[in-house]
Design a protein around this ligand. Sequence first.
Ligand SMILES: Nc1nc(=O)c2c([nH]1)NC[C@@H]1CN(c3ccc(C(=O)N[C@@H](CCC(=O)O)C(=O)O)cc3)C=[N+]21
Ligand SMILES: [Mg+2]
Length: 287
Amino acid sequence: MERGLLIDGKAIAAQIRQELKSETDRLIQNGVQPGLAVILVGRDSASETYVRGKVRACAEVGIHSEQIRMPEETSEDELLDQIRKLNRDSSIHGILVQLPLPEHISPNRVISEIDPDKDVDGFHPINAGRLATGLDSFLPCTPHGILQLLKRTGVQVAGKHAVVVGRSNIVGKPVSLLLQRENATVTMCHSRTEHLQAHTRQADILIAAVGKRHVITKDDVKPGAVVIDVGMNRNEQGKLAGDVDFEEVRPLASHITPVPGGVGPMTIAMLLYNTCLAAEASGDQNL
Ligand SMILES: Nc1nc(=O)c2c([nH]1)NC[C@@H]1CN(c3ccc(C(=O)N[C@@H](CCC(=O)O)C(=O)O)cc3)C=[N+]21
Ligand SMILES: [Mg+2]
């Protein structure tokens, strides 16, 4: 049987970072160095790893980055104050508050406090609404990264049936909107979907964004499907596993993303992209 081609997110993300390096050089020559602030509240080892990855990627591309670490006991008001300060800081074009936040802080209140023009995650309700109504907006990084993987791999999206498993605000909902915008026919499935397999087996493009290790197995996939694995599941030892049973599904798939090395690096690349976009827009306003 034909083996599924690997969609190499690590390599495609490296290519995008290289493109963004030129963009950053150009912006710096015009007097604006893109700047990203990453706020991390509390200590969470997975979050620490991701934030390190973001900071390293910024340095590679020439984006100024600031890490703001706040203790676990930080109050919601203190965090909101920090965000307002960054909203006013003209050297910062993008603000990211690393999720999840401690239990006593409302992520919705926090995200809503970020200036929508600095919301490089694309999580602010203004940006979510702009995306849903077809206006220009910051695109959420993981969904945008998935679209870039499909585009740069030459996968045809228009007219195809995409099945999205998962309905989160961060991945499932926005990726379904982006796929529709690219003229796919989209089915959304979730934890309460009956006969899930009957849906996933119809997919020309299957997006697994469930958050459970290896829930998608070979019986869930139509032969020749393109399989995108958004899962980032860590076991007790911290080892990463996707939502897709990669070894089992790969032989059936036409293309498949690995975990790690698939969607994850693209999420960071698109964050850098949004930060450059924000810096560019700020420059326009200052002309
Ligand atoms: N406000 C906010 N924005 C986010 O974008 C955000 C967040 N909060 N909270 C956590 C999730 C998770 N996330 C990842 C980014 C990169 C990788 C990544 O680069 N993964 C590598 C592996 C990294 C490793 O080995 O741990 C890979 O898949 O190859 C993974 C996960 C962004 N998130
Ligand atoms: Mg503004």
